[in-house]
Design a protein around this ligand. Structure first.
Ligand code: HEC
Length: 199
């Protein structure tokens, strides 16, 4: 009997722990521990070009802007969906400190508009992948670049050299909300930063 009571007690405690654990999770919404502290996800080859990242679809997905051809005379600056990912170590750092660390890499993967209607309604639905662009912040490597960010376009290439500042950086510098990143379009990043501040 005693054993049974002890077991019951344990079960209740576990149940309560589970419930309060759930509460804690909804309140914070973000886990601020860093699974890969300081890990560098941007890789450079021996001539200093950025090696095309391959595993970015397993990073943190922060947004999917769409500049459809049919709203841009068929010629948006970047076709059409822009799926944006940040590397996990820089995400953890951003949540905690609210700034993009030296070593941050953000990838924008481009995808076409496929169909404009589905079971959910009319709209823009992703079609096929078209290529990637990326930006890397590195205080040493890009000491002479605006805010230490360098920009890269890949198309099908396996590595890419940094673009000229007027090709990419200038527009980012003039229009992006935070440290040349368009956080005004990324509620995921804004929420992470707010949670970090609240802590
Ligand atoms: C005329 C302005 C403009 C130019 C030029 C430009 N971008 Fe952007 N870029 C944006 C905007 C606006 C966003 C966010 C919204 C979107 O994706 O449409 C963005 C987002 C990005 C992102 C996601 C991270 C972020 O900062 O929000 C990357 C990576 C990126 N651009 C790379 C590039 C590269 C590489 C080039 C040069 C080949 C470039 N951009 C040129 C306006 C520009």
């Amino acid at each position: 009997l005693l054993k049974q009571q002890v077991l019951k007690g344990t079960f209740l405690t576990l149940l309560l722990a589970g419930v309060s654990g759930m509460h804690a999770q909804t309140a914070t919404a973000f886990d601020h521990s860093d699974p890969h502290p300081g890990k560098e996800y941007a890789k450079f080859n021996n001539v200093g070009d950025l090696v095309r990242p391959t595993d970015y679809r397993e990073w943190i997905f922060v947004g999917a802007q769409v500049t459809p051809n049919d709203m841009n005379d068929g010629k948006p600056a970047f076709p059409e969906f822009h799926n944006v990912y940040i590397d996990p170590a820089s995400w953890a750092h951003y949540k905690k400190n609210g700034v993009f660390r030296s070593g941050t890499i953000i990838v924008k993967e481009l995808a076409s508009v496929g169909t404009k209607g589905s079971a959910s309604g009319n709209g823009y639905f992703q079609g096929e992948f078209l290529g990637i662009a990326a930006t890397v912040k590195d205080k040493k490597r890009f000491a002479d670049k605006p805010n230490n960010w360098a920009y890269f376009g890949f198309d099908d290439k396996s590595s890419a050299a940094a673009q000229r500042d007027d090709a990419c950086a200038a527009c980012h510098k003039a229009n992006a909300a935070e440290d040349m990143v368009f956080t005004q379009h990324y509620p995921v990043l804004r929420a992470a930063k707010a949670a970090g501040k609240a802590k």
